[in-house]
Design a protein around this ligand. Structure first.
Ligand SMILES: NC(=O)c1ccc[n+]([C@@H]2O[C@H](COP(=O)([O-])OP(=O)(O)OC[C@H]3O[C@@H](n4cnc5c(N)ncnc54)[C@H](O)[C@@H]3O)[C@@H](O)[C@H]2O)c1
Length: 370
């Protein structure tokens, strides 16, 4: 199969959908890999690294025109819509719900669009979203520590403390992937850490993992009010799948926080779990409310594109190899986890949530795969 890897053109996006390790695995399996010149540059991957393992560098027009399977990171931009071809397979993050124009463009292109974010295992887990939550969770504490310094508007706190001065206090709301990874870095830094969740099994897992080093609390308004007041760094990490994040930390709680404390609400991409949070960008990440520094970057992994590229492609490559070996229809028939990723199949919208957003019924995938 011919596999194409265009350079990402969404503003600020520096990741790339394939690493040289992936290009080598595909080349060794007998496929032809076309990589756009400069596609890996933002992640520190030079053209020669792809060429050395059997990839072919090509101009963007050739990549799109020849590829049977296009690997991307972000959804196609309007200037890319016209490049999609009938029968071509596109494998990328799509997040189609808020962009009906793109959904229509994909349908009209007669291509097959498979979204990373809806690839789902039978247990409900989302293997191609998890790596970005791991990155964002770890980064949340790193960024929080940075903004706690006085020069960056914070309280002037070193999270680890020093002998004779107690460590900073980190409160994490949500003990899922983001929350656990935030806890790991906060513990590593030597901070005093508390984590809250409504799911007792998640709290049991935290208790086991950190052997009591992290205080676990059931998430309710009473407990939140008590711990938020003490926090130097508050990390928002909740998710109710498919829904807006619940607002758990109210404006009154924020007003009760210490001057110069920092809030990093990772859940801002789902509306946020803090009443006073709003989305910000990497170019202008923070603002203050009631003396508290608010960090609301909705695409945190973009801050560390190299790590994020490796983390993402480690997770996507097995599916890419499967798609390349069998073709989309046979791969989807053989692997229900991958099949759940299919959003649009040759002019028909097959993902129920995506169809609902356009006010249409979804086409049954089985009919498409026949
Ligand atoms: N900002 C970014 O760059 C970025 C990057 C990656 C992920 N995210 C977002 O981070 C959020 C968390 O993702 P995740 O992968 O950790 O999700 P997850 O499903 O693994 O974990 C969410 C946790 O929140 C808990 N929760 C639900 N309601 C709660 C409540 N009332 N109080 C406390 N906990 C509650 C759940 O029990 C679960 O343990 C999502 O919105 C995700 O989209 C943002």
């Amino acid at each position: 199969m011919i596999i194409g890897v265009p350079k990402e053109i969404k503003p600020g996006e520096q990741r790339v959908a394939l690493t040289p390790a992936g290009a080598r695995a595909l080349a060794e399996a007998g496929h032809r890999v076309l990589v756009e010149h400069g596609a890996g540059a933002g992640s520190g991957l030079a053209d020669e690294e792809f060429a050395r393992v059997g990839g072919t560098l090509a101009p963007v027009d050739e990549v799109w025109a020849k590829a049977e399977l296009v690997l991307k990171v972000k959804e196609p931009m309007p200037e890319e819509y016209g490049r999609l071809r009938a029968g071509q397979v596109l494998f990328t993050y799509l997040h189609l719900a808020p962009v009906p124009d793109l959904t229509r463009a994909l349908r009209n292109s007669d291509a097959i669009a498979i979204a990373y974010e809806t690839v789902q295992r039978p247990d409900g887990s989302l293997p191609l979203l998890t790596p970005m939550s791991e990155v964002a969770g770890r980064l949340a504490v790193q960024e929080g520590a940075f903004y706690l310094s006085r020069a960056h508007g914070g309280r002037g706190i070193l999270l680890s403390g020093v002998p004779g001065v107690p460590p900073g206090n980190v409160v994490i709301v949500g003990a899922g992937t983001v929350g656990l990874n935030a806890a790991r870095v906060a513990v590593g830094l030597g901070a005093e850490v508390a984590i809250l969740d409504v799911n007792l099994d998640r709290l049991r897992a935290v208790d086991d993992l950190f052997r009591g080093r992290v205080a676990t609390l059931v998430s309710n308004a009473y407990n939140l009010e008590r711990v938020v007041r003490r926090a130097d760094l508050l990390v928002g990490a909740v998710l109710i799948t498919g829904a807006r994040a619940p607002v758990l930390v109210t404006r009154a709680m924020v007003e009760g926080m210490k001057e110069g404390a920092v809030i990093v609400d990772v859940a801002v991409d789902q509306g946020g779990s803090v009443e006073t949070i709003r989305p910000t960008t990497l170019l202008d990440p923070v603002y203050r409310v009631a003396g508290v520094v608010h960090y609301g970057v909705a695409n945190m992994p973009a801050l560390v594109p190299r790590t994020s590229t490796f983390a993402l492609t480690n997770a996507t490559l097995p599916y890419v190899l499967e798609l390349a070996a069998r073709g989309a229809a046979a791969a989807a028939r053989a692997n229900p986890t991958l099949a759940r990723g299919i959003n649009v199949w040759r002019g028909r919208i097959v993902h129920p949530a995506v169809a609902e957003n356009l006010g249409e019924p979804a086409a049954p995938l089985d009919d498409c795969l026949r």
